[in-house]
Design a protein around this ligand. Sequence first.
Ligand code: 6PG
Length: 469
Amino acid sequence: MKKANIWLIGLAVMWANLARNIAKNWYKTIVYNRTESVTKQFVSDFWNENLIWSYDLKQFVDSIETPRKIIIMVKAWNPVDAVIENLLPLLEKDDIIIDCWNSYYKDTQKRYEQLKQKSIRFVWCGVSGWEEWALNWPSIMPGWDRESYEQIRDILHAISANDFSWKKCETYIWENWAWHYIKMVHNGIEYAIMQMIAEWYDSLRKLYKLNPKEISEIFKKYNDWKLNSYLIEITYKVLAKKDSFDENKYLIDYILDKAWAKWTGKWTSIEWFDRAESVSTIWEATFARDISEKKQLREKLSNIYNTANTSSELIELQEYLKILENTLYIWMIFAYAQWYALIKETAQNENWHINLSEISRIWQWGCIIRAKLLEFLTDVFKSNTDFEHIFELTDIKNEIQNWLNDYKKHIKQNMLNEISSLSLSAWLNYFYAITQKQSSANLIQWLRDYFWAHTYERTDKQWTFHTEW
Ligand code: 6PG
């Protein structure tokens, strides 16, 4: 019997689809899940000649070609370590464990080192996509050592999506934790874009009193052109969905307004502090989910302050919709600018020679943040490799200048009418802060020097000074 090419551990829906994707690309695949009934169900639903299943980790250890390639798709933290521990006695030198979950890159660093001491290879591989795309065309971001990657490259390549030019959305970008870090930022981007869309939805709902179906139609139109993206597309789809218990209403109106989060948004936000590079749009999006969790407190404070979402001095709806489309576009560019600035800063500190154009390309299709706009950014970064900040680039500057006034009108209207715009206004604040020749930090520095002799620099002399009071 032909030996299996790869072994997958974990069969939650997304991962079951990934296993099917590998098998349908003619790789003989062993699947295992620690709950036997999950494996049984999977086999009864999806059996094909390239799938082998196992109810016991030890059962197929000899029926897979060596070096063994084992994808583990279990939740971050302890489960990853537990699976590795169970596998270790079964493995031999140079076998490769591939973690495809959103683990923390610092945990992966530790795992990599520990396994290296035991002569086992460890690869972290980002997989982005929704259920259906995991089955057909996910976007794939493999990291860690190149030699191990080369051994799994063909499989990853075969199962990945195609970009707008029909090139594969899978590439090795740099050694070690580079891709892992960038995939974490990718998830931060996902948080930010969703928050932005939710804030727009909120304005249309509360200020213009549009119903979910009407808002869905607007997003549907936006999705036809430059805003085309996965998250805009699913926004129009979910908003139009009627409730199955109450067919007179839309499901959105029955969903509790508390957003959950795992860790990737927070991890990206922490990087902001470590790298001194603002990702305020992500930070605010993460924070917005935390605030949403405080439902009772929000209700109590809303009664105290009577925040009523007025509709005063409203821009006429048709004009507003045009503004929305443009601001949505410029916001995405702005937001990508922040994220790329973080990636660039980290790359510089860590001496990674990564290609921003290639990162944009990989994200064009197959992943949650796929967007038409990434085609534009792929070209922008292809023709501009030597720059300090993305705002310096003429193409980006032109977009900002075209739409900045619309952006301001939108924020002004929201503030006036008591609609929270955490993520949207964060960007505008960042823009003004980073493009201001004179900041107010001279006062901060003077105050610090006053109360604790922290010293300050002068604009006209070298060295640092302290002023005795
Ligand atoms: C992807 C997604 C995926 C997921 C995250 C975020 O690339 O396919 O980013 O990884 O959506 O798990 O989840 P939370 O919103 O729960 O943090």
